[in-house]
Design a protein around this ligand. Sequence first.
Ligand code: GRF
Length: 213
Amino acid sequence: MANIAVLSSGRGSNLQAIIDSVESGFIPRSRIVAVISDKEDAYALERAKSHKIEAIHLDPKAYMTRQEYDQKVADLLIKRKTDLILLAGYMRIVTPVLLNAFKNKVLNIHPALLPSFPGLCAQKQALEWGVKVTGCTVHFVDAEVDHGPIIIQAAVPVLEEDKEEDLAKRILEQEHLIYPQAIQWFVEGRLRIVDRRVKIRGVKQAGRALRVL
Ligand code: GRF
């Protein structure tokens, strides 16, 4: 059984896709042991509670440094025998304190085709740059923001009439597909990092690790 923890700061639609995929068995032999949020009013915490998942609010103001905060997160997750940590709309930068405690066990989803448009407001950045294709990326987390080895990406076309929220909505639909897919591969033990590249055992990469609409 893989013990999964999700860190989220907001509405938690990716969390919901993950919960649904665990419940349906698409993500096999797994359970979500905790959802942690830095925001007390994060809807993600409500989603967790309604599925009887432990929901924990950890207030950053109670900690002197980001490292102390992450040590608390690490302690909680070690106690719950966590095998995999998923960042899903988690608005804090994760420090090596957490990453070293869970080496190559932290994943993130980003709403752009990395390495383009890292950081905040990726959909707005893509629109303003004028790209014709953007998308989303699931990657291993390393000490740099939106930087670690890429597991899967989905490409989404930018339409002439797109406003930021239109584009964000179409990207989000793909996020809800590729995050569960990456997690399935992880818990099935298919992922191996070789230099910066993620090898996916048993999967023909060209066909499966890139979704094109
Ligand atoms: C998503 O667009 C995700 O890619 C980004 O933050 C957003 C979170 O949305 N990291 P939600 O909370 O999962 O609905």
